[in-house]
Design a protein around this ligand. Structure first.
Ligand SMILES: [Zn+2]
Length: 166
């Protein structure tokens, strides 16, 4: 049961986000605390995402659609694999003497959304247990695109955000 990752635009997300079966997962790191967030979104920072992945699966029980985003949520699957490779082999620091490394910190930053979505897909495949999660999506243009289009931003400091997705 291979799951694929699809993209959702901001306007599509706006029209479906109030459905009870959807969870929005923000994987930005520190930016969430000063840039605001999409109301009702969960926060699983990319830095610690892999450690908390089972916790995430628990928290989204009953949801069948997960929408991931970071600040920009860019990158096709090749870029995601490249970033993943970087993380696994080199941590977050780019070693300029390593000719094989294609991604620097900034490039990793913009693919966090798709990278974490991919990690969840891999995790679910290994788990081989039906979690009820059917759709894994990435928000196109990420939080920055969402905000730039004038869509609603929640600036509460509650963890987790208690705002209803409206
Ligand atoms: Zn909030």
């Amino acid at each position: 049961m291979a799951r694929s990752i699809s993209y959702v635009t901001g306007s599509q997300l706006l029209s479906i986000k109030s459905r009870p079966n959807i969870a929005i997962i923000d994987v930005r790191d520190d930016e969430r605390s000063y840039d605001g967030h999409i109301a009702g979104s969960l926060h699983f920072a990319s830095d610690t995402f892999s450690d908390k992945i089972s916790n995430l699966v628990q928290q989204v029980k009953g949801k069948d659609t997960l929408v991931f985003h970071c600040a920009l949520s860019q990158g096709d699957s090749n870029e995601v694999l490249g970033a993943e490779y970087m993380r696994c082999n080199f941590g977050k620091s780019r070693n300029k003497d390593e000719g094989v490394v294609r991604f620097d910190d900034q490039e990793i930053q913009i693919v966090r959304g798709p990278t974490c979505a991919r990690r969840l897909v891999n995790y679910l495949e290994e788990m081989k247990e039906d979690t009820g999660i059917k759709n894994i999506m990435v928000l196109e243009r990420g939080f920055n695109g969402w905000e730039a289009s004038g869509r609603p931003v929640c600036r509460c400091t509650d963890v987790p955000c208690k705002a209803e997705s409206a």
